[in-house]
Design a protein around this ligand. Structure first.
Ligand SMILES: *Cc1c(COP(=O)(O)O)cnc(C)c1O
Length: 364
C-alpha cells in the first residue's frame, strides 16, 4: 500500500520533538493566542523577510480575512483561476463579491496572465492567483496589471510554502500571502491552521482585529469579525516542522526528479517548471488521456492516486446557479479530464517511486 501522503512516517521521525512541544503547551496552559502562536508568527515573517504574519484558524479564513482587509465587499469582482480548490472562490462568494474565472496555462496549471486584462471591469477589485500544486503563478505580469488598474493581489499559497518566483518567496509579491496548515499541506499541523503574511501595517492590523471578533482591546469591538485564531498546539507543532521545511521541499524536488526519470511514456505529460521558478511539489501531477486506466492500474497494485480537481469551479453546480455561468474555459476543462496526482511526500522512498513509475509505464 502506498498512500498519497503518509503522515505517520514524518511523525515518527519528529516524534520526540513534537511530543515534547505538545507537552510544553499543556504545561504552560495558554491555549488561545499563546506564546507559540506569537513565536510562529515572528518566525514565518522572518522566513519571508516581511514585517507581519498573523496566524488564523485555517487557509480558507486566511483568504477570507485577507479579502476583507483589502476592502473587497458586495458587488466587487475578484479575478481568479477555476482550476483550484473550492476555498479560493468560496471566500469571494461569502463576501457577496463575484468570482471572475480566467483560464489557465496547461503547462503550469496556473492562471493565464495574458487573459486577465480582458476580464477587468469598473467593478474589479482584486486578483487571487493560486500557486497550484506548489508551482508559482506568473506573478510579474499579474503585478503589472494590478498596478495599472489599481487592484489588490492576494496570493493563495496554501499549496506552496517556500516556493520561489524569480528569487522571491511566494506570498511576498502581492499585497497579501495566504497559507494553510491543513495536515496534508507541505507545511502542516495536525489539525486546521492558517497564516496571512503582508508588508502592509494597515492590512496586518485589520486581520488581527478580524480574527479576534473585531476587537483589538478585549470586550471593545470595532468590526464584525470572526473567531479565527490559530490554535496554540498547532502552532507549537508547525514551529518544529518550519525548521525542516526547506529540507522537506528539497526532498520533494528530488522525488519529483526521480519520477520524471523513471516515467517513460510519451502519452504522459510530466510536470514542467517555468524558468525562474522553484516548485515545491505539494502535488506531483501528470496529464494523460488515459488517466482513468492509469489510476486503475495503480489501484490494482495498492497504489493511491487522486484527481485534483475533477470539476473546474466555473462548472461547479453552486457557482453555475449563483452566477448563471455558461463559460467555456478549455484548458481548465481539459486538465480536469487528464490530470492525475501521484503519491508525494518527503518520506516517500526511491523504491516506491520506481514501483509507481513501473506500474504507469506498463499500464495498458
Ligand atoms: C487547502 C487549500 C485552501 C484552504 O485551506 P484550508 O486550511 O483547508 O481552509 C485554499 N486554497 C487552496 C489552493 C488549497 O489547496
Amino acid at each position: 500500500m502506498i498512500p498519497m501522503v503518509d503522515l505517520k512516517r514524518q511523525y515518527h521521525i519528529l516524534k520526540s520533538e513534537i511530543d515534547a512541544a505538545i507537552g510544553d503547551v499543556l504545561e504552560q496552559a495558554q491555549f488561545i493566542l499563546g506564546p507559540n502562536v506569537t513565536r510562529l508568527e515572528e518566525e514565518i515573517a522572518a522566513y519571508h523577510g516581511l514585517p507581519y504574519a498573523i496566524g488564523v484558524a485555517n487557509g480558507t479564513d486566511a483568504l477570507l480575512l485577507a479579502l476583507r482587509a483589502c476592502g473587497v465587499g458586495p458587488g466587487d469582482e475578484v479575478i481568479t483561476t477555476p482550476f483550484t480548490f473550492i476555498a479560493t472562490a468560496e471566500v469571494i462568494a461569502l463576501l457577496n463579491a463575484i468570482p471572475v474565472f480566467v483560464d489557465i496555462c496547461p503547462n503550469t496549471f496556473n492562471i493565464d496572465c495574458k487573459q486577465i486584462a480582458d476580464k477587468i471591469t469598473k467593478k474589479t477589485k482584486a486578483i487571487i492567483p493560486v500557486h497550484l500544486f506548489g508551482h508559482p503563478a506568473n506573478m510579474d505580469p499579474i503585478m503589472k496589471i494590478a498596478e495599472k488598474y489599481n487592484l489588490k493581489v492576494i496570493e493563495d499559497c496554501a499549496q506552496a510554502f517556500g516556493a520561489i518566483y524569480n528569487g522571491r518567496k511566494v506570498g511576498t509579491i502581492g499585497d497579501v500571502g495566504c497559507f494553510s496548515f491543513f495536515p496534508s499541506k507541505n507545511l502542516a499541523g495536525y489539525g486546521d491552521g492558517g497564516m496571512v503574511i503582508t508588508k502592509s501595517a494597515e492590512i496586518a492590523t485589520q486581520i488581527k482585529i478580524l480574527r479576534n471578533h473585531g476587537s483589538s482591546v478585549r470586550y471593545y469591538h470595532q468590526a464584525v469579525g470572526y473567531n479565527s485564531r490559530l490554535d496554540e498546539i498547532q502552532a507549537a507543532i508547525i514551529r518544529i516542522k518550519l525548521k525542516y521545511i526547506d529540507q522537506f521541499n528539497a526532498t520533494r524536488r528530488e522525488n519529483a526528479a526521480a519520477y520524471c526519470n523513471a516515467i517513460n511514456r510519451n502519452d504522459v505529460v510530466l510536470p514542467s517548471v517555468a524558468s525562474g521558478c522553484e516548485h515545491v511539489y505539494h502535488q506531483f501531477t501528470i496529464r494523460a488521456k488515459n488517466r482513468d486506466q492509469l489510476a486503475k492500474a495503480l489501484a490494482d497494485k495498492g497504489i493511491a492516486s487522486a484527481v485534483y480537481y475533477p470539476v473546474p469551479l466555473h462548472m461547479q453546480e453552486i457557482f453555475v446557479k449563483m452566477y448563471n455561468l455558461s463559460l467555456k474555459l478549455p484548458h481548465s476543462e481539459n486538465c480536469a479530464q487528464e490530470v492525475l496526482s501521484l503519491p508525494m511526500f518527503p518520506e516517500l522512498n526511491k523504491e516506491e517511486i520506481e514501483l509507481i513509475a513501473d506500474v504507469i509505464n506498463h499500464a495498458s
